[in-house]
Design a protein around this ligand. Structure first.
Ligand SMILES: *Cc1c(COP(=O)(O)O)cnc(C)c1O
Length: 458
C-alpha cells in the first residue's frame, strides 16, 4: 500500500477510536434519514480526498458502536486488539485459502489451529476441520456431511427420501433454513421440545425418532446446541449422544455461541461428551471476541469433509498434496483468511489467556445474575451457567424498554422470548467489560426507568 494512503487510513482509525470513547452510542435514526444524505451518494465525477475523508468521518460518527461497553445487543461485542491486528494484516495481504500456492504459510497456520483444537476436544487421529463464513455456514456444512452420510447417493442423484433433522425448539434458525437450502424441506425438521431450563428434552427426542422410524422416514442428524441463542442453555450432549449411537444418527454440536468453553478447564464440562459427536462447530467471534467472522467446524472423520466438498478442478489444484490445498474441503472457492486473527490472539494470550476470557465472562454473568436475584424489582428468567442474563424490571414491557433505551441513546440491549415469556436479554460476551460496566448497566436501566415513569405521568 502506498504509504500516503496508509496515513489516510490511520487518521480514520484514530477518529473511530476517539468516537468510540466520546460517543459510545450513535444516534438512533430511521433508514429514511440516511437515504436522503448527500454524503452517501455515488457521484459521476470523482470527489476530492478532503471531502471523502469528511464523508467517512460522518459514517464513523453514525455507525452503531459494537465495541462499546454499552453494547449488549448481540452475541458478539468489544474488540480484542491482537486479533484485530491479525485481521487487518489479512486484509492487506489478501490471500485466498483454496490452494497452498496462494495461501502458503497461512494454510499451515490454519492447520495448526485446527489440529490444536482437535486435541483439546479429543476428536482423535482421524479428525479434520476447516473455517467457514459464519456459524450458519458451519451448521450447513455439518448438515451436508450428515446428509451424504445418511444417503451416499445424494451428492450424485439428489434426495428422494424423507431425511429427518432433529433440533430443539430453542436452537438457531439456521437449522431449518439449511434444511430448506439443501433440499430436505423445513417440514422434515423436528423441533424437539425443550425443558423449562432451555435444554432439549432427550425423552421427547427419542419419541420423535421412533415416530419417524415407524413412518419409514430416515433420521439424518441430531443437532445439539451449546449455548442456545436466547437463553444460552447447553443441551446435554452426553445423553443425546447415547440416542445418536442407539439409532445410528449423525450428531452435530452447534457451539456457535458458547462452544469455545473447551478452552476452559472449569467450564468445558458444559460440553461434556462433545468427543462423541460427529461434528462440532464454534464461533471465535462470539466468546473470544475476534473480528467477524471466525467460524470453525470439526469433524470426527475427515473423510466426510472430502466426500461432501471435494470437487476435482485441475485448473485450480496444480501443486502439493490435498492436505495443504484447503479448498478441497471448503464450502467456497475463493476463501478469505480467517485464521490469522485467531493465531495472533492465541500467540499474544496463550491458551491460558483464552481460558481466562471464558472464565471472566462466566464470572461477569454470575455478578449480573446475582444482582437481579438480590433485587426485588427484577424478575429473573436465567439458569445456571448462562451468558444470557434474562430479566424484567418492575412491570415495564421489555420491548418498550429496549426500544426506548436505544432511541434515547442510553444502552443497546435486546429482548428475547422463551415459552411465551418476553424479557430483556443482557448478553455477557464482551470480555473488555468488568464488574463496573455490568453494574452500570443496571444503574442505567433503573435511572432510565425512573425518567420514563416521570415523563409518562407529566
Ligand atoms: C450466532 C449463532 C449461530 C449463527 O452464527 P453466525 O456466525 O451469526 O452465522 C448459529 N447457532 C447459534 C447457536 C448461534 O448463537
Amino acid at each position: 500500500m502506498n504509504l500516503k494512503n496508509f496515513k489516510y487510513f490511520n487518521l480514520l482509525a484514530e477518529y473511530l477510536f476517539k468516537q468510540e470513547v466520546e460517543k459510545p452510542i450513535a444516534k438512533a435514526r430511521a433508514p429514511i434519514y440516511f437515504e436522503k444524505q448527500e454524503y452517501l451518494s455515488l457521484p459521476d465525477q470523482s470527489i476530492d480526498r478532503e471531502l471523502s475523508l469528511e464523508n467517512l468521518k460522518t459514517i464513523i460518527e453514525e455507525i452503531p458502536k459494537t465495541t462499546s461497553p454499552k453494547f449488549f445487543n448481540q452475541l458478539f461485542g468489544g474488540r480484542q486488539d491482537d486479533a484485530t491486528i491479525g485481521e487487518l494484516l489479512s486484509v492487506l495481504m489478501n490471500n485466498s485459502m483454496y490452494t497452498y500456492k496462494v495461501s502458503g504459510v497461512l494454510s499451515i497456520i490454519e492447520k495448526n489451529i485446527i489440529d490444536k483444537i482437535i486435541s483439546l476436544i479429543n476428536f482423535g487421529q482421524n479428525a479434520g476441520g476447516t473455517f467457514a463464513p459464519g456459524g450458519s455456514m458451519t451448521n450447513l456444512m455439518g448438515m451436508i456431511m450428515a446428509r451424504d452420510n445418511a444417503c451416499p447417493s445424494a451428492k450424485q442423484e439428489g434426495v428422494f427420501q424423507k431425511l429427518i433433522t432433529y433440533t430443539s425448539d430453542a436452537s438457531h434458525y439456521s437449522i431449518p433454513k439449511n434444511a430448506s437450502i439443501i433440499g430436505l424441506g423445513k417440514e422434515n425438521v423436528r423441533l424437539v421440545n425443550t425443558l423449562d431450563n432451555g435444554k432439549m428434552s432427550v425423552a421427547a427426542l427419542e419419541t420423535e425418532i421412533k415416530k419417524d422410524l415407524e413412518s419409514s422416514h430416515k433420521p439424518m442428524i441430531i443437532n445439539a446446541t451449546a449455548g442456545t441463542t436466547v437463553l444460552g442453555s447447553f443441551d446435554s450432549i452426553e445423553e443425546i449422544s447415547k440416542i445418536a449411537k442407539k439409532y445410528n444418527i449423525w450428531l452435530h454440536v452447534d457451539g456457535a455461541y458458547c462452544g469455545a468453553v473447551f478452552f476452559s478447564e472449569k467450564y468445558k464440562k458444559l460440553i461434556k461428551g462433545v468427543e462423541k459427536a460427529d461434528s462440532f462447530s464454534f464461533n471465535a467471534h462470539k466468546m473470544l471476541g475476534t473480528p467477524l467472522s471466525t467460524s470453525l467446524i470439526f469433524v470426527k472423520n475427515k473423510e466426510h469433509l472430502y466426500h461432501s466438498f471435494d470437487i476435482s478442478a485441475e485448473y485450480l489444484y496444480q501443486t502439493q498434496d490435498d492436505d495443504y490445498n484447503l479448498g478441497k474441503i471448503s464450502l467456497q472457492c475463493g476463501r478469505r483468511n480467517d485464521s490469522l486473527k485467531l493465531f495472533t490472539l492465541w500467540q499474544s494470550l496463550g491458551k491460558n489467556g483464552l481460558e481466562k476470557i471464558i472464565n471472566h465472562l462466566f464470572d461477569m454473568a454470575k455478578i449480573a445474575k446475582s444482582y437481579i436475584e438480590n433485587n426485588k424489582d427484577y424478575t429473573s428468567y436465567s439458569y445456571e451457567n448462562s451468558l444470557s442474563i434474562c430479566f424484567n424490571y418492575k412491570n415495564i414491557d421489555p420491548v418498550l424498554l429496549c426500544t426506548k433505551l436505544y432511541e434515547e441513546g442510553e444502552l443497546v440491549v435486546g429482548y428475547g422470548e422463551f415459552k411465551n415469556q418476553k424479557f430483556v436479554r443482557l448478553v455477557i460476551v464482551n470480555s473488555n467489560n468488568g464488574e463496573k460496566e455490568i453494574l452500570d448497566f443496571f444503574k442505567s436501566i433503573e435511572n432510565f426507568a425512573k425518567k420514563l415513569e416521570l415523563s409518562q405521568t407529566s
